[in-house]
Ligand binder design. Structure first.
Ligand code: AMP
Ligand code: MN
Ligand code: MN
Ligand code: MN
Length: 301
């Protein structure tokens, strides 16, 4: 007898509940271990989730066994750093299985890029008074994982050079500041190709968070699609309703699938797993209806 696949997830984005396809763990700059994150998602009633740590899938195996034990569907994923026209653009790869092919080697080169970048960020922060910057950031990160800007932000706060993380980014690490080192990241088109080569779906992360005009955002979406990208996050955490409707039109015009996620990093912050702005009525198809992700949305009966 053939098995019949029933979708547990709705065919419309607006009716969707209990889904969060963008979250971080201690494998990158999140506060919770992969296992604790999955447990929190379960407590909050999520049925479908993706772990999207920056440039790594190191947390996926632990999260997957925790998810299986709790009956949550977990999609292996990662959020890749790239550059496009001098901007730092993030691309989420939603993967039907383990990372393979060009994505495996790509993840190795991302780890090296992060290492080289951390050294450059450290050198720049020493010039503004943070001595032993690399060692201090490493101490903030705690475990042996690639460093990110949040580790340097915490080091700046810890050294008393800035009052809080927000100021650390505003003065030293945010877009256009000395600690915003992008040169090490591959081009947008490359990371999209890695994801496609691994059998995954490339999703442009938080399109409203790059400070772009509508026109420039359209150009970004065009370049992304040209490279093989097939989806974008219609909802990322909490965002303006008018901007969301406008973004939905831009996705619809290009036939892109829509994804959604909280971009959760730590408890007590602005977002929680599954907490995000509501989806407007839209014809944009949910990314889980993409043929490459059918087993994620489906239930075996
Ligand atoms: P990186 O991956 O090393 O480039 O660091 C980027 C990460 O820093 C983002 O994913 C956020 O988690 C965090 N971040 C970026 N901007 C800010 C900000 N203004 N305040 C706090 N955290 C930020
Ligand atoms: Mn982050
Ligand atoms: Mn991001
Ligand atoms: Mn993220």
């Amino acid at each position: 007898m053939p098995m019949i696949l029933h979708s547990e997830l709705p065919a419309s984005l607006a009716e969707c509940q209990g889904v969060d396809l963008h979250m971080h763990s201690t494998a990158s700059d999140g506060a919770l271990s992969p296992v604790d994150l999955v447990a929190l998602c379960h407590r909050r009633g999520l049925t479908h989730m993706a772990l999207t740590d920056h440039d790594t899938v190191a947390g996926v195996a632990a999260a997957a066994s925790a998810a299986e034990a709790l009956g949550i569907r977990l999609l292996p994923a990662t959020e890749l750093s790239s550059q496009w026209q001098g901007l730092n653009i993030h691309v989420v790869g939603l993967l039907p299985g383990e990372a393979q092919g060009a994505l495996s080697t790509g993840l190795e080169s991302q780890a090296q890029a992060r290492e080289a970048r951390a050294e450059e960020i450290a050198a720049r922060l020493e010039k503004v008074g943070l001595s032993n910057a690399l060692a201090r950031a490493r101490e903030q990160a705690g475990e042996q994982r690639p460093l990110g800007r949040p580790d340097f932000a915490r080091a700046l706060v810890d050294a008393g050079l800035v009052p809080d993380i927000a100021t650390a980014f505003k003065k030293h690490l945010g877009s256009g500041k000395p600690g915003d080192v992008k040169a090490h990241w591959p081009y947008l088109s490359e990371v999209v190709e890695w994801i496609v080569d691994s059998g995954g779906v490339a999703v442009l992360a938080h399109p409203l968070r790059y400070g772009l005009t509508r026109r420039k955002r359209g150009l970004l979406l065009d370049a992304f699609r040209e490279a093989g990208g097939e989806a974008a996050e219609l909802i990322s955490g909490f965002q303006n309703a008018d901007a969301t409707r406008d973004l939905a039109r831009q996705l619809d015009e290009r036939g892109l699938y829509g994804s959604l996620g909280s971009d959760f990093h730590f408890p007590g912050g602005p977002v929680a797993p599954g907490a995000m702005s509501p989806v407007p009525r839209t014809a944009v198809a949910p990314v889980w209806t993409h043929p490459r992700l059918s087993t994620f949305a489906a239930r075996l009966n």
